[in-house]
Design a protein around this ligand. Structure first.
Ligand SMILES: Nc1nc2c(ncn2[C@@H]2O[C@H](COP(=O)(O)OP(=O)(O)OP(=O)(O)O)[C@@H](O)[C@H]2O)c(=O)[nH]1
Ligand SMILES: [Mg+2]
Length: 282
């Protein structure tokens, strides 16, 4: 067992190794979050070009229970369980947002503006995020199911309301894009370019591409920062350990010295007594 193994736990060594390995990984991550059944998994399928909706499970009921990651064209796409299904899910989603590079906050247009649960989640995020502007800069609010809205003006009205709601919470302008995953998939399958265009997915993809490009440099810097912080923390722990051991050694040396001195004195005393006894015999 090396000295390092004695000073650090398995988890500490594993975490340092994985942070070091992550420096080589330059794949940015995109995470879809939002209330359940609002179209997160459908959108991710479309973004990875799976127009058959087979990769990320889609259903009318609450479907995604575990987070799922899929790598596609140099980007990691992450699906999360719906917000507000269970408290532990909200915590999972919060953690996913903290570690991802780009967030897609998905909301169904047909339900109108953001509801109370979404607003309170965003308020919670605003209170706990290190920098609200940073969150807004890495997030696109995606309004889904434009295909189910009859009056186009309703889309613009809801977009406007949602923007205002987010601005009231974060005090900066968000990016809001309305799309239809279904129209995009149908358009692609039936080769109807007009439907693909109408779905607005291409606009979303081009905004995502801009964020991915700008995030690449930031990602590496952030990973290096996380690795260095861990390295410093563990170095401090090892130095502390060495210092403790040195103090212990000095203490033991002193104890040994005191013990030897006492022993020596006892030997001298015994010798003296024996000599005196021997002299008294002769
Ligand atoms: N018409 C229409 N329906 C959609 C669209 N996107 C998703 N849906 C439907 O909405 C329902 C829920 O979609 P999902 O993609 O499973 O939603 P989700 O947010 O991943 O749901 P959970 O995993 O349960 O949190 C499904 O029936 C989808 O077919 C869309 O753009 N248009
Ligand atoms: Mg899902």
């Amino acid at each position: 067992m090396s000295y390092l193994d004695k000073c650090l736990s398995h988890q500490e060594i594993a975490s340092l190794k994985s942070l070091k390995a992550s420096l080589k990984e330059t794949m940015p991550s995109i995470t879809c979050v939002g209330l359940y059944n609002h179209g997160k998994s459908s959108l991710l399928n479309v973004l990875i070009n799976d127009v058959h909706f087979g990769t990320f499970k889609v259903a009318d009921a609450r479907e995604t229970i575990m987070s799922k990651k899929v790598a596609y064209q140099g980007v990691q796409y992450i699906d999360t369980p719906g917000l507000n299904a269970q408290e532990k899910d909200d915590k999972k989603v919060m953690k996913s947002i903290e570690t991802t590079d780009i967030t897609l906050f998905v909301h169904t247009l047909t339900t109108g503006e953001l509801n109370e649960k979404e607003v309170s989640f965003l308020q919670y995020l605003e209170r706990h995020w290190r920098d609200a502007k940073e969150f807004i800069a890495q997030t696109i609010f995606v309004l889904t199911r434009t295909d189910q809205v009859i009056d186009f003006q309703d889309i613009a009205r809801t977009e406007h309301k949602v923007k205002q709601q987010i601005q009231d919470i974060f005090h900066c302008k968000p990016m809001v894009i309305s799309v239809s995953s279904n129209d995009y998939a149908t358009g692609r399958l039936e080769q109807e370019d007009a439907l693909v265009h109408e779905s607005n997915i291409k606009v979303l993809e081009s905004e995502i591409a801009k964020l991915v490009k700008s995030s690449k440099h930031r990602i590496h810097a952030l990973k290096a920062e996380r690795f260095e912080a861990k390295y410093r923390e563990l170095s401090r722990k090892i130095s502390g350990n060495i210092e403790n051991k040195q103090n212990m050694l000095t203490h033991l040396k002193k104890k040994k010295h005191a013990h030897c001195t006492k022993l020596q004195q006892k030997i001298v005393a015994v010798e003296r007594t024996l000599r005196a006894k021997y002299a008294s015999l002769s």
